[in-house]
Design a protein around this ligand. Structure first.
Ligand code: ZN
Length: 339
């Protein structure tokens, strides 16, 4: 009950990449970079264990960004000539690579860090991949001319890597779909079919993470424009409930999402975001407990995990791990109270 985990990314050590930013440039180069990514992965696993988390991840230490880390290993993408594009319905501009030909994996994407993480922890291990709709919203298409066809092509590649991760001993494969909260009407139409294609044949636990984004200014401004209640989940949860995906990671802490909407996800395990990644204030264990109690009004306690709202990549490392330690302490309080 009340197992704890993270949405995905964690801050990187300053010897690996520039700190406190998204798309942070790497510091080492060549074979030094590969070795440093591996070392940072082992360290992230260890620090999550020490924080007391039950389900740990690689902290996305070996990828520069949660989408581009995957794209770098895909043939048919021109990574050298990035173009500026408005993403998430023009919420912000990003330099994105271009799809210029048929998509194919160059080989394994995350084998190094998945195998290393597996070798260095006995805890349950979760691994994150970008979802097909979110990928399709984070590249410039110069080849397919059809967003859905391109997303389905990405879903096929994601499925290859997801199956390989399962074979590496990963317990939970999570697909990150922040775009679901933006293109809500397209979720049922093709977002979920693409997601299920990406997850097809997996026998490990499957999850989807849907959030309001990293704690960067563009997202904070967007959230401020969404009114007193954020009801995007209301439009997409029914389709997710009907899908084969077993877990749904949502944001709840310091959020205007009415938790009553979680009742639309009957049968799913809910990864309730009890840690705000857009604030440097470290939640107390009691505040984590309060989120668990609020979720319990709607979701049976057996189906609640406690998680972060989103990835922590752009945060201070000290603050991020202090938050994770209190996440685990809050879960312990919840177990004491409700076991
Ligand atoms: Zn997120």
């Amino acid at each position: 009950m009340f197992e704890t985990t993270i949405a995905g990314s964690l801050p990187k050590p300053s010897w690996l990449a520039e700190t406190n930013k998204l798309w942070a440039p790497w510091k080492p180069t060549g074979t030094d970079l590969e070795a440093a990514k591996g070392d940072a992965t082992i360290l992230a696993v260890k620090l999550q264990e020490d924080a007391g988390l039950d389900i740990v991840g690689d902290g996305e230490q070996a990828r520069q960004h949660f989408v581009h880390g995957f794209l770098e290993r895909v043939d048919g993408i021109d990574f050298a000539n990035k173009v500026e594009m408005g993403i998430r319905n023009d919420r912000y501009k990003a330099m994105v690579p271009q799809v210029v030909g048929p998509l194919r994996l160059k080989g394994r994407v995350h084998a190094m860090e998945a195998k290393l993480a597996r070798a260095h922890t006995k805890r349950k291990l979760k691994f994150t991949l970008p979802g097909p709709m979110t990928i399709a919203d984070t590249v410039a298409d110069r080849h397919y001319g059809d967003r859905i066809a391109m997303a389905m092509a990405f879903a096929e590649l994601l499925n290859q890597e997801a199956r390989a991760l399962q074979a590496d001993g990963i317990d939970v494969v999570q697909f990150d779909e922040p775009a679901f909260n933006v293109f809500t009407t397209e979720v049922a139409e093709w977002g979920i079919p693409a997601l299920e294609k990406a997850a097809s044949g997996l026998t490990c636990t499957t999850a989807v993470h849907i959030c309001y984004g990293y704690g960067i200014k563009a997202n904070i401004d967007w959230k401020a424009s969404l009114g007193t209640e954020w009801r995007q989940y209301e439009e997409i949860f029914p389709a997710i409930a009907r899908s084969s995906i077993k877990q749904v990671s949502v944001e709840a802490r310091n959020s205007r999402v009415p938790l009553s909407l979680l009742s639309l996800l009957e049968g799913k395990t809910i990864l309730v975001g009890a840690i705000d990644v857009a604030s440097d204030t470290v939640e107390t264990p009691e505040e984590v407990l309060a989120v668990a109690e609020a979720a319990m009004k709607v979701v049976p306690k057996e189906r609640i995990q406690l998680c972060t709202n989103c990835g922590m990549a752009p945060m201070s490392r000290e603050i991020a791990y202090a938050k994770l330690a209190n996440l685990a302490k809050g879960a312990a309080l919840a177990r004491q109270k409700f076991a």
